[in-house]
Design a protein around this ligand. Structure first.
Ligand code: 6R9
Length: 647
């Protein structure tokens, strides 16, 4: 695909005139990167100033803002109240059954202080770990901030994970406290959640050794047989709510571990990614301000991610709140009670900045544009995408249908490990191309290289590396220094670069295109073809709602391309005729070598709860193997349907 022929969208004059960013900040960052970051760190309130911006002498273990001390929760809450903004709404919370709750910054301070007082009362001390296994209720965010306030390192475990996944994370981190809810809503129905905690923590000889208390927020109130372990389990309303609402915070070292977040690796055991306080908060705060062009007191921000993922940590908690933002936090699924839910919320709260994953955009496309069109979405002025490469079709639809044909889109590339956005256009400054994350942010340095570490030319695919440390970078894998070095720093050890695990290429204009995980890059007859590129071509066909592509072992070509597609609502499957059309589509869009060997029309694609397509499992199907680990799938039964439809 020749990306230079892709239409670029320059920023409108109107947007540029009011934008937080301008072209000059790239120059400033280039002129003196460390000075630039020191300047960004000044966005925060430091109790003790830092003496050095970066200590990289023990690479790959970085220290940023050396000697500085700060309190993360003070930066997210107290300082806004102290500045007279206490009455500003921090969180417009929307529950799945339709209940709502607004929390101002003053109210947030009260709640966070009470929780901090309770945590202290049960003997927790800075450095202890706390597991948070909760749906998207306000107390989840309050708990995270209360941990931050006390220097307790939180480990949020997605509430859709199984009890086994929770147990392994609790054990690995040796968490002393687990915070949960009695139940959670799932597509309109209450389901137990604390039961999973009981299962996870076990009893007798099998009991999780580290856990002293389980703190339970009442949410669904529907489980008459709720199990209760005397001495271990307590209700939030009986404990936290009874505490004083005054709490004197203490400052912590810039490098103090703010949180652990487990992410799956190539081996089965999840890695506990460790994030710091000062460096992390600096970069999430900086990126929130510039990438989302956030205007305090005017914008209403909505990030659709769950706090169980890094996007929820950085752009639902620490980024927006450190900037004094007003944001929407929605508890439920997008089609509960019906497909209008997101658009009703945008309309009701006047959401101005809307940040979601491409998979959701494609779902909206599948539902049809008459649904968003039934709502006044004119408040939306900026759109963001994250989590996977966005195909140009979805990009255009997003801008047209949700963004009124004019809202800029920021396609933000980053990872759990990077902590904050790394590669993205700056709205009002960067001309965007549908499907490209464009270029590294000011202060960030990335490159695309071949196996030997040589830069690749325009149009050639290579590995995405980060060749300079950045403030929000992971500080390690919890308890496993060797795995940290191995996973990220061994591939380009000589050069000392971070290997992101993604493939990418520059086009002729030096715009950066992320092509997906390198394990998703196929090699067909010696040609490297990205699964994302083929998927994008398939989705470019008017009948296709969503596509997943994998490289399956092939005797003659090394790998053969196998595609799985879902058709749009109302599109008829004409069998061979359709398949021929789709193959032609790919041939025309990319090249005849990219034509899928096999195209299967299926009713569903297997996805993780964070919305990523599990290509590994599709590969198992395509290669006729037993399925690998399906524990992170939303709905393991989709495979029955896929197998039965597979040609
Ligand atoms: C933030 C987040 C990280 C992986 C990353 C890449 C993919 C994320 C992307 C993107 C293309 C984007 N990814 N954003 N690919 N364009 N804008 O998603 O973190 O869950 O750790 O996933 O997601 O493959 O390596 P995480």
């Amino acid at each position: 695909m020749s990306s230079t022929t892709v239409q670029a969208f320059p920023p409108s004059e109107e947007f540029a005139a009011q934008a937080n960013a301008n072209a000059e900040i790239y120059d400033r960052a280039d002129a003196d990167r460390l000075e630039f970051w020191a300047e960004q760190a000044r966005r925060l309130d430091w109790a003790t100033d830092f003496t050095d911006t970066l200590d990289w002498s023990n690479a790959p273990f970085a220290k940023w803002f050396v000697g500085g001390k700060l309190n993360v929760s003070v930066n997210c809450v107290d300082r806004h109240v102290a500045a007279g903004k206490g009455d500003r709404v921090a969180i417009h919370w929307v529950g799945e059954p339709g209940d709502t709750r607004d929390l101002t910054y003053s109210q947030l301070l009260t709640e966070v202080s009470k929780a901090a007082n309770y945590f202290t009362s049960i003997g927790l001390q800075a450095g202890d770990r706390v597991a948070i296994y909760m749906p998207m209720v306000p107390e989840a965010l309050i708990s995270m901030l209360a941990c931050a306030r006390l220097g307790l390192t939180h480990s949020v475990v997605f509430a859709g994970f199984s009890s086994g996944a929770l147990r392994s994370r609790v054990d690995d981190a040796e968490a002393k406290l687990v915070i949960t809810t009695d139940g959670q809503y799932r597509r309109g129905e209450p389901a137990p959640l604390k039961t999973n905690v009981d299962e996870a923590l076990g009893t007798g000889d099998d009991a999780a050794k580290s856990v002293e208390k389980v703190l339970v927020v009442r949410r669904t109130n529907h489980d008459p047989d709720l199990n209760w372990v005397e001495g271990r389990d307590v209700w939030w309303e009986d404990t936290v709510d009874q505490q004083s609402d005054v709490h004197e915070p203490e400052a912590f070292d810039s490098e103090h571990p703010l949180f652990l977040l487990y992410t799956s690796g190539t081996t089965g055991k999840p890695k506990g990614i460790v994030h710091s306080s000062g460096g992390y908060l600096t970069q999430v705060s900086y990126t929130f301000h510039y990438v989302f062009d956030h205007k305090e007191g005017r914008d209403v921000f909505w990030c659709g991610a769950d706090i169980g993922w890094v996007t929820g940590h950085s752009y639902l908690v620490y980024g927006p709140l450190s900037n004094g933002a007003t944001e929407v936090v929605y508890e439920g699924t997008p089609n509960s009670p019906n497909e209008h839910r997101h658009f009703e919320i945008i309309e009701k709260y006047g959401v101005t900045i809307y940040y979601i994953a491409p998979t959701l955009i494609r779902t909206f496309m599948k539902w049809g544009q008459q649904i968003p069109e039934a709502h006044d979405l004119s408040s939306v002025r900026l759109l963001g995408s994250v989590g996977e490469p966005i195909n140009p079709e979805a990009w255009r639809w997003f801008r047209e249908v949700i963004g009124g044909g004019k809202a800029p889109i920021v396609d933000t590339w980053w990872q759990t490990e990077t902590g904050a956005i790394m590669i993205s256009p700056l709205p009002g400054v960067t001309a965007t191309k549908p499907g490209s994350a464009m270029k590294p942010l000011p202060g960030i340095s990335a490159n695309i290289v071949d196996d030997q570490g040589n830069p690749v030319g325009a149009g050639e695919q290579g590995y995405l590396v980060l060749d300079q440390p950045w403030p929000a970078m992971l500080r390690g894998i919890w308890g496993d220094e060797e795995r940290f070095r191995d996973t990220y720093w061994s591939r380009f050890a000589e050069q000392g670069w971070y290997f992101a695990g993604d493939g990418a290429r520059y086009d002729e204009d030096h715009a950066l295109w992320v092509l997906g995980r390198v394990d998703d890059v196929m090699n067909v007859s010696g040609h490297r073809i990205s699964t994302a590129e083929v998927e994008s071509a398939l989705v470019g066909h008017s009948g296709v709602a969503e596509a997943a592509v994998i490289g399956a072992a092939d005797e003659t070509t090394g790998q053969g391309i196998v595609a799985f597609v879902i058709l749009r609502e109302g599109v008829e499957n004409t069998g061979d005729e359709l398949i021929a059309e789709l193959r032609m589509q790919v041939s025309v869009e990319i090249s005849p070598i990219a034509k899928p060997r096999e195209i299967n029309v299926v009713p569903e694609l297997p996805k993780t709860r964070s919305g990523k397509i599990m290509r590994r499992l599709l590969k198992d199907v395509a290669e006729g193997r037993e399925l690998g680990d399906t524990s992170t799938l939303v709905d393991p039964s989709v495979f029955e349907a896929i197998r039965s439809k597979k040609s």
